[in-house]
Design a protein around this ligand. Sequence first.
Ligand SMILES: Cc1ncc(COP(=O)(O)O)c(C=O)c1O
Length: 442
Amino acid sequence: MPVPTPASAALFERARQVTPGGVNSPVRAFNAVGGTPRFITRASGPYLYDVDGQEYVDLICSWGPMILGHAHPEVVAAVSGAVARGTSYGTPTPAEVDLATALVERAPVEQVRLVSSGTEATMSAIRLARGFTGRDLVVKFAGCYHGHVDSLLASAGSGLATFAVPGTPGVPADFTAHTLVLPYNDRDAVAAAFAEHGDRIACLITEAAPGNMGMVAPEPGFNRFLSETCAAHGALFVSDEVMTGFRTHAHGRWGLDGELEGWRPDLLTFGKVMGGGFPAAAFGGRADVMAALAPTGSVYQAGTLSGNPVAATAGLTTLRLATDEVYAHLHRAGEAIRAGVGEALSAAGVPHLVQTDGTMFSVFFTEADGVDAVRDFAGASAQRTDRFAAFFHSMLEQGVHLPPSAFEVWFLSAAHDDAAVDRVLTALPAAARAAAAVPDPS
Ligand SMILES: Cc1ncc(COP(=O)(O)O)c(C=O)c1O
């Protein structure tokens, strides 16, 4: 029996009167899975609490940022102190220097500029790449999402994958005419695009490991190949670490390949974890490229709340507390859940693939015979999203809140202790049976 959620339903009704679709970011509306989104009033550690008084193990974690869990006492204390000192000054502050230093110490960037969202970070990185190279073309991969930047919304993942839209009205065709979209993990396609357009390509942007079409790891050496190809053609290699940065690994996803193989992206973008649940993001990289930004250079970029002292304090405290033990814990908890999902879906006879990259993972409800890995957007799109919807609702009714889309990573935190993980494991068999009960399309 579905758990009644009258207070969420009433709020959703009110929300739809005053906000398109009742939400401020499309995937939250539950359109892909049906039903009423839960309106959350409070969160603590690994749990969310809704307006109807239900408790959920949270596997969204704000879509990535909450790596320490909700309302971590040290983050709350640091943020409270920052708020008490005033919330925004519009002047340089010590906190933003400290946060920039923390990023430079952890990731392969010589300089960073702080912004307020991942979208702003990728938009600014693209502008900088174009300004620095004097070229217009941008290469991206189908299924990679880089925020709602005009020129990057062609064949993007995340909400666009969830709703099966290839692009969006409102972006002039001339804008996307400057974007080349290639299949992920396809070296031949990359080589061919650069052979034909290499001297007009400003940059190639990729998720360091795509998590917005579900988790699709780069094949070994793929990022290195991209970096070398860009360098050979005078284009910049932009690694989008908004989702992976400081979640996959302490040094970003780069810590799993570039650091070991000895290459660096020209520019990187960050968000989510580095903001500790506040609107903070960044782009950064080679000092000579970053010097092209105003005020040292002529590529303009600015922001009223950029480097906001409260957000910078939350991010800095979160990064400081994201120790090796946190990453080890994410590995252990993820391993337990991955094994449980695999067992439950196999026992129920539901075809699936569980894919992992570092501490991140997702589950594909994939049908295709003989497929042993999803390596690109075409593979990711071949899933039974109807089965995921049934699985999702069963988990929700049992008190586990997954991301409401088959194309998203399941996020964990350091606060997901044995009790929280056990609740997920206990819920899995019934959810797998619910997925199995969905009839095949006729
Ligand atoms: C890889 C990646 N880049 C950019 C963005 C955009 O970030 P934001 O939602 O903060 O604008 C996202 C958001 O999910 C993302 O996953």
